[in-house]
Design a protein around this ligand. Structure first.
Ligand code: DON
Length: 579
């Protein structure tokens, strides 16, 4: 293993968003006397919440869970590449952040391979079961949205393991069992419940109270939801991942595991069958791209909303934003206008196997110019509110060869369908809610459903997950992605702008207050950390603001020759590690 250049804690503190006076002094002293590693590590050990950033020279992982980031780095340090690390990090996230993601869910992986200088997009989004119909959530002619969110009818066919398997077989260097080892160990030997997960457990406790499997994992013996720092074990999940061996797709989607899942779903009134599981396939897609200033920005095509991120960037590219100031009203007003237009165009997005999404047209110079015009002369529509939710997880990896991976993965809302397959320790997704339950009916994120995105057998629901890799002169310069439903689109866009235009380092780019506008002109979501003056000026401009504690979570790594700077979002917690 290569010798580390400096300790993670030392590198982290130098990039902490707002290090206190003492931390700065301590760090400066430590540097001067060349004993950085020992002193800062010791002194900063009690302050993990400040360490949301890292700096490294060779490789880096930033993720919404510290053990997940460390697992990825461990794989990199033992000869794995970014794809191996992505498998390890995904699986650990599924253990430590099971409320957000896991092998009962699905995701998107965006890959840049340094050797070929090619980008690849892997779609392992869940699909609607074969028995699904557009009317499946109607009861007495009226849509019942809860059926798509909680309980077995909400479950779509999971894609996670099929995706990880496909990525590993195509580009990985290690066996699945090697990359899975950290997740198995944590699930079996225990991990500390993060403050974020503890909130999710508390939030979901009423829905899970009667579920013996969930209670065993997440409740105290006397029946209370576990709190932050409690040691959590999910030994059934450890056993499940272990029995996947080196053929995870075959061992999960066929045979006894698939039969157990199908029987459980049936018993609970759902429609995912063993045949649905056996028929699941991930899809390699061509990444989509837009030139934004000096950068070539790549992202996932539909059913992702990456194109919306590109369109918003495109609408901003004909003007300069850098001089305006990251929290200045003129910049934010422009951003609000184009973001709204991007969300309006998102209505044309859906699974491209079922609907012709005019992505080339939407990203054409003509459409972007027209959309920019429309954005500045919009007409009013009634407001709706965005939901605050914390399912989904994102992470970013850069390996020593310069390969880059960004993954966004989800079970949709917190703990998915709120069902755990007992003998497997497996949380099942509620991804069916990302379909339009009926045209005009908003989903859990208040995104109004369009016919394009209605339920059909084998169809993938439209997603907001938008991983991004931006190249400069053909080399990766930034990798970012996020979680938080539709605030993924606005968060990833703003962090991308903060880095590429405002030249902020990742920690500062993530910390900057964000706004969110999802297509309805009379309501703009603003984080409470936005300066009071900015909020007043936006209000004076006529925007109706809804101030919220936070908007989603984004991870980012800035890549420059010889130096990687990365951070996870303090809104949600996580880990940023490198060497
Ligand atoms: O794919 C989507 O757009 C949603 N299933 C994402 C859900 C989400 O991000 C939940 N919140 N953090």
């Amino acid at each position: 293993m290569r010798k580390r250049r400096f300790s993670q804690a030392a590198s982290a503190v130098s990039n902490t968003v707002m290090p206190s006076f003492w931390i700065e002094r301590i760090t400066a002293c430590a540097r001067r006397f060349a004993i950085i590693g020992a002193i800062t590590t010791l002194l900063l050990a009690p302050l993990p919440h400040l360490l949301n950033a890292a700096q490294a020279m060779h490789e880096m992982v930033v993720a919404e869970s510290e053990p997940a980031a460390r697992a990825g780095l461990e794989i990199l340090q033992h000869g794995g590449n970014a794809i191996d690390a992505a498998v390890a990090t995904s699986l650990v996230l599924g253990v430590t952040n099971a409320g957000s993601c896991g092998i009962g869910g699905g995701g998107f992986m965006l890959i840049y391979l340094a050797k070929t200088r090619q980008l690849y997009a892997l779609d392992y989004r869940e699909v609607a079961p074969k028995a699904a119909t557009a009317a499946m959530y109607l009861r007495n002619g009226r849509p019942d949205e809860d059926l798509a969110r909680t309980g077995a009818l909400a479950i779509a066919v999971p894609g996670e393991l099929a995706g990880l398997d496909a990525a590993l077989r195509r580009f990985g260097t290690k066996k699945f069992s090697e990359d899975a080892a950290p997740a198995i160990k944590l699930a079996r030997e225990g991990f500390a419940l993060s403050p974020h997960m503890a909130k999710e457990v508390a939030m979901t406790a009423p829905a899970f109270m009667a579920d013996p499997a969930f209670r065993t994992v997440y409740f105290t013996p006397d029946g209370k939801p576990q709190t932050a720092d409690a040691t959590i074990y999910n030994r059934d999940l450890a056993a499940l991942i272990e029995r996947l061996g080196d053929d995870p797709a075959a061992n999960f989607y066929r045979g006894p595991v698939a039969a157990t899942i199908a029987a459980f779903v049936k018993e609970h009134g759902g429609i995912v069958t063993a045949d649905d599981l056996a028929s699941y396939h991930p899809v390699w897609r061509d990444p989509i791209h837009l030139t934004y200033r000096n950068y070539d920005v790549y992202t996932m095509p539909p059913p992702s909303s990456g194109g919306v991120v590109l369109e918003i960037l495109g609408m901003l590219s004909s003007g300069r934003v850098a001089g305006l100031g990251v929290d200045s009203p003129p910049y934010l007003a422009r951003l609000i206008e184009v973001m709204r237009q991007g969300f309006i165009d998102r209505e044309q997005y859906a699974d491209p196997a079922f609907v012709k999404v005019p992505i080339e047209e939407l990203l054409s110079a003509k459409h972007i110019a027209d959309a920019r015009d429309r954005a500045l002369h919009h007409s009013s529509l009634p407001p709706i509110g965005a939901a605050h939710d914390h399912g989904t997880s994102n992470f970013a990896i850069v390996d020593k060869d310069g390969d880059v991976v960004d993954v966004t993965t989800t079970v949709n809302t917190v703990f998915g369908a709120k069902l755990m397959v007992p003998s497997l320790g497996l949380i099942l997704n509620d991804e069916m809610d990302d379909f339009a339950v009926a045209p005009g009916v908003p989903n859990a994120f208040k995104l109004v459903g369009e016919k394009n995105n209605e339920v059909a057998p084998g169809k993938r629901p439209l997603s907001s997950m938008s991983p991004v890799i931006a190249l400069e002169n053909g080399r990766p310069a930034l990798v970012d992605g996020g979680s938080g439903g539709p605030t993924i689109i606005s968060g990833v866009t703003q962090v991308t702008l903060n880095v590429l235009d405002f030249k902020l380092r990742p920690a500062a780019a993530l910390a900057a207050p964000r706004i969110h506008e999802q297509g309805e002109p009379d309501l703009v979501f603003v984080e409470e950390s936005m300066p009071v003056k900015t909020k007043s000026e936006l209000t004076a401009m006529g925007y109706r603001l809804k101030v919220v504690p936070e908007l989603g979570a984004v991870n980012a790594i800035r890549i420059k020759p010889g130096i990687l700077r990365g951070a996870y979002d303090q809104r949600k917690g996580g880990g940023a590690v490198g060497d």
